[in-house]
Design a protein around this ligand. Structure first.
Ligand SMILES: Cc1cc2nc3c(=O)[nH]c(=O)nc-3n(C[C@H](O)[C@H](O)[C@H](O)COP(=O)(O)OP(=O)(O)OC[C@H]3O[C@@H](n4cnc5c(N)ncnc54)[C@H](O)[C@@H]3O)c2cc1C
Length: 456
């Protein structure tokens, strides 16, 4: 396929990297245009491809009971680069897939740079291309110039909202006479897995004082005209506290499945969990503690957590912008911009949310673009698969008027015949969803490979 036109991918993040890998493996010559390190964002710190800007977790790796775990499975079956590099840089994290962020993005960068069909060009693209074959995967922090160009093309549909970053502390500043290591319900096969989390226990009085401090803390205010909506999966802790004094105790601070190793007879009223953030084990993040408190207030409030009195922060939390399209109205079912079909979009900018979902949409965009360049038709995967559920949602299934970024979840899947709803049947239902998805995803992949072989 040496004479096929090049595929240009704007943005070498999670989606752009995966899209490049998939297309290049199908013989397409790919150019990745990545603006870093020449032009930065407030969240990225390196010039590497596929940098993880916040948590180091790809979330649950359970492919039988969890929709994101199923997405992992589907990407692995499709030879996904992001999953392969995540697996080879995995850190112990109970049932979750956490990775050493530096090792992970260095490995993705190395593999792509070494690929004979891939070229990486440093530089910002700030206009929409008028011809050629393009995938735009510039993510939640799309540069201002390109953002404006997209807005000019699409009208007012591209909009912004805010998430919040969780803080990271240095391991050697933690008080291990108070904190103990244990994964919830001792989950995991090895001792390392079973002790993947560090736990900070709170009594009722300490918890109540913590909630008071959160409610009283100085928060970052939004500028006039900014949209301050939050995505429910990523609520700042102070917003959770505002929703009710018990909300955190039933969310990230729930004390269940844990026994205080220092005081086995004392049941904690609430627990703050820390998860390893790098392979060396020198950094830990506060799990689920996204926040928009001002920096000074954060240090004061977090140091009231037992065991963190002398904590040093490698990074404090923060708020950030998220650029995304109103995909249900703007994109067709191949993720092509209806008004300029030579341009596809992929990743978080299409209105999915998270590293895994963004990579997944990159995987599909890369394969779809490669098929199109070879004159083949690659239909989207069936909606019963995790990939299919997501792409169907963003390109048509979602309500356009109220469209907001979406994580993969079983609510996006068509219902199962003959399996009752309700909490009691949840396990069977989830297993039913994942069994059905695996069969259909394998069929879809097989028929795509057959098509590829026929036209090669
Ligand atoms: C502060 C913050 C915290 C987050 N925390 C989490 C989290 O904890 N867990 C999670 O799962 N997700 C998190 N997300 C979302 C996560 O970043 C995305 O889901 C994921 O990285 C999106 O992948 P992507 O490829 O779409 O975008 P990105 O990974 O951001 O990649 C986009 C790339 O495009 C480049 N780029 C932008 N504009 C241009 C241009 N004009 N020309 C050339 N290159 C350009 C950028 O430099 C970047 O490398 C967070 C996002 C932000 C902003």
């Amino acid at each position: 396929m040496a004479d096929t036109p090049e595929l240009h991918i704007v943005g070498g993040g999670m989606a752009g990297s995966e899209a490049a890998w998939q297309a290049a493996n199908q013989g397409v010559r790919v150019v990745i245009h990545e603006m870093r390190p020449h032009v930065g964002t407030f969240a990225h710190k390196t010039g590497d491809l596929a940098e993880m800007v916040c948590s180091n977790s790809f979330r649950s790796d359970d492919d039988e009971q969890n929709a994101v775990g199923l997405l992992h499975w589907e990407m692995r079956q499709a030879g996904g680069l992001i999953m392969e590099m995540a697996d080879s840089n995995a850190l112990p994290a109970g049932g979750a897939l956490a990775v050493d962020r530096d090792g992970f993005s260095a490995a993705v960068t190395e593999r792509l740079r070494a690929h004979p069909n891939v070229r990486v060009e440093a530089g910002e693209i700030s206009e929409l291309p008028t011809d050629g074959h393009w995938i735009i995967a510039t993510g939640p922090l799309t540069s201002e110039g390109l953002g404006q160009a997209i807005a000019r093309e699409t009208g007012a549909e591209a909009l912004a909202f805010f998430d919040a970053i969780a803080p990271i502390v240095y391991a050697d500043s933690l008080d291990m006479d108070v904190i103990w290591a244990q994964s919830r319900y001792d989950k995991g096969e090895t001792e390392e897995e079973q002790k993947a989390y560090l736990n900070c226990p709170m009594t009722k009085d300490q918890y109540e004082a913590f909630i008071d401090a959160l409610l009283a803390a100085d928060k970052t205010e939004f500028h006039e005209g900014e949209t301050a909506g939050y995505f429910d999966g990523c609520l700042p802790i102070e917003v959770m506290a505002e929703r009710g004094r018990e909300t955190l105790r039933h969310g990230p601070m729930k004390p269940v499945g844990l026994t205080n190793a220092h005081k086995p007879d004392e049941k904690a009223y609430a627990v703050v969990q820390l998860r390893r953030d790098n392979a060396l084990g020198t950094l830990y993040n506060l799990v689920g503690f996204q926040t928009k408190m001002k920096y000074g207030a954060q240090a004061d409030v977090f140091k009231t957590i037992p065991g963190l009195e002398n904590a040093r922060f490698a990074r404090l939390g923060g708020i950030h912008r998220n650029t995304f399209l109103n995909s249900p109205t703007l994109l067709d079912n191949q993720m092509r911009l209806r008004s300029r079909p030579h341009i596809r979009f992929a990743g978080q900018i299409t209105g999915v949310e998270g590293y895994v979902e963004s990579s997944a949409m990159g995987l599909l965009a890369g394969r779809m673009a490669a098929a199109e360049l070879a004159g083949r038709d690659l239909p989207p995967p069936p909606p019963e698969t995790a990939m299919g559920a997501l792409i169907h949602h963003i390109t048509g299934g979602a309500e356009a008027k109220t469209f907001q970024p979406m994580n993969v979840n079983f609510g996006l899947f068509p219902p199962l015949d003959g399996v009752k709803g309700g909490r009691r049947n949840r396990k069977d239902r989830y297993k039913g969803y994942t069994d059905r998805a695996k069969l259909l995803w394998s069929d879809w992949l097989r028929s795509a490979e057959l098509d590829l072989a026929r036209t090669a």
